[in-house]
Structures are given as structure tokens and as C-alpha cells.
Design a protein around this ligand. Structure first.
Ligand code: UD1
Ligand code: CA
Length: 457
């Protein structure tokens, strides 16, 4: 392949009025990840030298999200897709090479397809290569108008199309590859004499064609890839399409998914073979799951690394790590950089926050461990809590190896329970417990004989 530079422009300045949202359109998530991040991550797998995102002037959140990954240009007023591309003129006009234009509201496009368009473009020495597809229902999309020889003449937008043109089922997907110089020359000639009074990028095709340029198309059979999101109904449909794609890929790679309809796994999740996913499982963000695990039913993981042979049932885990052979749940909540070792047991109604929990340790029932460091082979009795917050500051609890903390104990932090130490059930511990000691911190019991019987009378 000839050594030529590729550039990319992503359009994301549209108002997105059809979303009826305060959230910037391209930030709406699909399977937990903003639409625009899908497009940028896909482009990261393609050989492009510069990525430029066109945003509106109030797109602070988009800039924050993508700040280190792309360059930005601002389109002050949304005067159309052609006008939007032109905003990249100061950055790209003088470059030679190929420029891929993508729409930020089309997140299902794959890097394989983008590479195919690029190859097609280069092999055909084209000035424009458009990605087109056939849709059973082309409503809303720009239609590809061809002559008798099948050559592309122009694109007509739905709102400008005649009744005959509306019958055309081949549509513009909004993904193109242009000769960079010719693109910016043609953009200067755009007019907005159409029904929407917009400068359409799609009119560039006719301009380049009339100047003797070569316009080709690359057709994708997978029309789902080119799905554009304009409203919340389309947002739901895109989520379903992507969900099926991700789940299929996982199943091909040896993961059992009991009910793929009701399992939502992000594109950035890795799951190893022989793991079984039960219904109602949602994994968003970046997760890595080992082999032979059982996840779900009704479990949500976000940015979690899970070892092998782990069971997680009906639980919520975020930003945490779970060691091999550990079981979690039902109804556990682990969050904020909790790290559990191997062979642990974290049972029902246990919450852990920012806690390190050593190998072979157990917290089987009804506990809260916050800002704690728990050693190996520790038994946290039912109902044990770390009292980590004094109303102003959070304090640390340290429980050393082989300690045994009796049921319903309060460990008032900052505090250390020594190695091999015992805490008697029902204690409120306010001073450090030395290694191998027994701490009892509760009042002594008094039995009053026959008292209850008299009282009843
Ligand atoms: C566009 C295409 C249409 C195609 C469809 C595919 C044009 C004129 N029409 O229509 O042929 O079938 O996409 O999904 O290009 N944007 C800006 N600035 C603007 C206007 C739009 O950045 O001034 C951005 C939007 O944020 C969006 C993209 O461009 O990401 C497309 O704009 P949109 O208004 O959604 O165009 P469609 O009507 O979907
Ligand atoms: Ca659109």
C-alpha cells in the first residue's frame, strides 16, 4: 500500500434537538459508553494521523471526555454538515492525504469497515469514496441518486427529495473518505439553497463530480453498522444491536450466556472461556473476567477485574478487584477500590468500600467494611462494622492475619486488631487490640431470678 497520510473528522456539533435532552447528544451512552467514545475508540484502531472533532461552543463535557485523544474545532453556529467539516480548514486544508469523515451519532461503525473504505478509496484512485447501504426503510436518510450506468450523481436529503427519489433505498451512511485537498476546495463552493437552509456536506459530491473528480462508493451489507442515532428510540435500537454483537462475539469465544437478550456487556469487557453469565447481568466500563466464573443473575459490574472460578450472585461491584475462587453475594456491594484476595467469602448484605480483604478471609453476613485493611484468614462475624467516619474525616481500620472478630462488633477507627486476636461478640472496640489478645468491650450480664414472672403479674 502507498504510504499516504490519513486524517479523520468527526462531526459532533449538531443540536440533537430530537433527543429532547440537556445532555449533549453524542454523550448519550450506548451500552454504558458515550456515542462519541465509540467512534473515537474505533478510529484508534485505524491508521489515522490526526483526529479532529467538530463541536458546538457549549461542548465542555465532550472536551473533558476526549481532551487527550483528539483535537477540537468549534462550530459556533450549526449551519449544516458541510459547514461543520469546513471548521477543520485551519488545521487540515494544507495537508495532502485522505480524510475520513464520520458522524458522531453513528457509533456502531467498525474499524474493519473504515479500513475497507480506505483500501477501496486508494485502490480506485478515488477523490471520494462513500459508504452506502440499502435499507428496507430509508426514511430520514439521504438517498444516493445514480445515473443509468450506475454512477453516483448526487445525494438528495429526505427533506429535499421528490416522491420518486424517496423510493430509492440506497442511502448515505454519513461515512466518507475524501481526497483532503479536493474536499476543502469543494467546501468553499457550498451553497445553502435547500429546504433546511443548511450547507450540506453531501453536496460536495456533486461539486467534485462536476469538476471531473472520481466518486466511488463502498457498499456495506451490514446496514446495522451505519445506524444513525437521532432520537431515544434509535438510541435503544442501537443499544440492542450492539448488545447482540458483543454477546455473539463472547459466545464464539467460549463464554456461556444463558439469556443474551437480558445480558448487557460493554465492548470494553473481556471474559475468558467457560464463564457462565446468568440473566440480568450488566457489565459496563472496562471489566476483565477470568475463566470458569459464574456471574449473575442480577449482577452489575463496572470497571471490575475478576479472577478465575469466582461466583458473584445478585451483587453490585464497581471499581474493584476480586481474587480467584472467591464468592460474592447474594446482595453484596463492593466499591471504590476494594480489592479482595483469593478464596474469600463475601456473603449477603456485605458492603465494602476502599477495603483490602486478604486471602481466605470471610465476611459472610451483614457487614460494613470501609477504609479497612484486613489480613489473611480473618473471620469477620455477622454484623461487624467499621466505624470509619466521625462526621468530618474517614479513618482506617487494620485487622491483622488470623484475627477473629465476633458478631455485631463495632470497630471504632482509627484502630488496629492484632494478629490472631479475638474480639468478643457485641464489643465496641475503641482501643487497639494486641496480637493474640481477647478484647471484650461490653457490659457484664446481670440475671435477676424470677423477675420476669413477677413483672408479668
Ligand atoms: C445526515 C446526512 C444524510 C445521511 C445521515 C446518516 C447530511 C446533509 N445529511 O443526515 O445524508 O443519510 O446523516 O446518518 O449530511 N452536525 C454538525 N454541525 C451541523 C449539523 C450537523 O456537527 O451544523 C453533525 C451532527 O452532530 C451529527 C452529524 O453532523 O453528528 C449529522 O447531522 P444530522 O443533523 O444528524 O444529519 P442527518 O439529518 O442525520
Ligand atoms: Ca443523524
Amino acid at each position: 500500500m502507498v504510504n499516504v497520510n490519513n486524517y479523520a473528522i468527526i462531526l459532533a456539533a449538531g443540536k440533537g434537538t430530537r433527543m429532547k435532552s440537556h445532555l449533549y447528544k453524542v454523550l448519550h451512552p450506548v451500552l454504558g459508553k458515550p456515542m462519541i467514545s465509540h467512534v473515537v475508540d474505533t478510529l484508534n484502531k485505524v491508521d489515522v494521523k490526526r483526529k479532529i472533532v467538530v463541536v458546538a461552543k457549549d461542548a465542555f463535557a465532550v472536551k473533558e471526555l476526549l481532551q487527550d485523544q483528539v483535537e477540537f474545532v468549534v462550530q459556533e453556529e450549526q449551519l449544516g454538515t458541510g459547514h461543520a467539516v469546513r471548521m477543520a480548514e485551519p488545521l487540515l486544508e494544507k495537508e495532502t492525504g485522505n480524510t475520513i469523515v464520520l458522524y458522531g451519532d453513528t457509533p456502531l461503525i467498525t474499524s474493519e469497515t473504515i479500513n475497507s473504505i480506505l483500501n477501496h478509496h486508494i485502490q480506485n484512485h478515488a477523490d471520494i469514496t462513500m459508504l452506502t447501504t440499502h435499507l428496507d426503510n430509508p426514511t430520514g436518510y439521504g438517498r444516493i441518486v445514480r445515473d443509468n450506468q450506475g454512477e453516483i450523481l448526487r445525494i438528495v436529503e429526505e427533506k429535499d427529495a421528490s416522491p420518486e427519489e424517496k423510493q430509492i433505498t440506497e442511502v448515505n451512511t454519513g461515512t466518507y473518505c475524501f481526497d483532503n485537498r479536493k474536499l476543502f476546495q469543494a467546501l468553499k463552493q457550498l451553497k445553502n439553497n435547500n429546504n433546511q437552509k443548511e450547507y450540506y456536506l453531501t453536496d460536495v459530491i456533486e461539486i467534485i463530480k462536476n469538476a471531473g473528480g472520481k466518486v466511488t462508493s463502498y457498499q456495506t451489507l451490514d446496514s446495522e453498522e451505519t445506524f444513525g442515532i437521532n432520537d431515544r428510540i434509535a438510541l435503544e435500537q442501537a443499544t440492542q444491536i450492539l448488545k447482540r454483537r458483543v454477546n455473539k462475539e463472547l459466545m464464539k469465544n467460549g463464554v456461556t450466556i444463558i439469556d443474551a437478550e437480558n445480558t448487557y456487556i460493554s465492548v470494553d469487557t473481556i471474559i475468558n472461556p467457560d464463564t457462565v453469565i446468568y440473566p440480568g447481568t450488566v457489565m459496563f466500563g472496562k471489566n476483565v473476567i477470568g475463566e470458569n466464573c459464574v456471574i449473575g443473575p442480577n449482577t452489575q459490574l463496572e470497571n471490575v477485574t475478576v479472577g478465575s472460578n469466582v461466583k458473584i450472585i445478585s451483587s453490585l461491584i464497581t471499581d474493584s478487584v476480586i481474587g480467584d475462587n472467591t464468592t460474592v453475594g447474594p446482595f453484596a456491594h463492593l466499591r471504590n477500590h476494594t480489592v479482595t484476595g483469593a478464596n474469600c467469602r463475601i456473603g449477603n448484605f456485605v458492603e465494602m468500600k476502599n477495603t483490602v480483604f486478604g486471602d481466605n478471609s470471610k465476611a459472610s453476613h451483614l457487614s460494613y467494611l470501609g477504609d479497612a485493611t484486613v489480613g489473611t484468614n480473618v473471620n469477620m462475624g455477622c454484623g461487624t462494622i467499621t466505624v470509619n467516619y466521625d462526621g468530618k474525616k474517614k479513618h482506617k481500620t487494620v485487622i491483622k492475619d488470623n484475627a477473629f472478630v465476633g458478631c455485631n462488633s463495632n470497630l471504632v477507627a482509627p484502630i488496629t486488631v492484632g494478629e490472631g486476636a479475638y474480639v468478643a461478640a457485641g464489643s465496641t472496640i475503641t482501643a487497639d487490640v494486641p496480637d493474640d489478645a481477647l478484647a471484650i468491650a461490653r457490659s457484664y450480664q446481670v440475671n435477676k431470678p424470677e423477675y420476669a414472672k413477677k413483672y408479668r403479674k
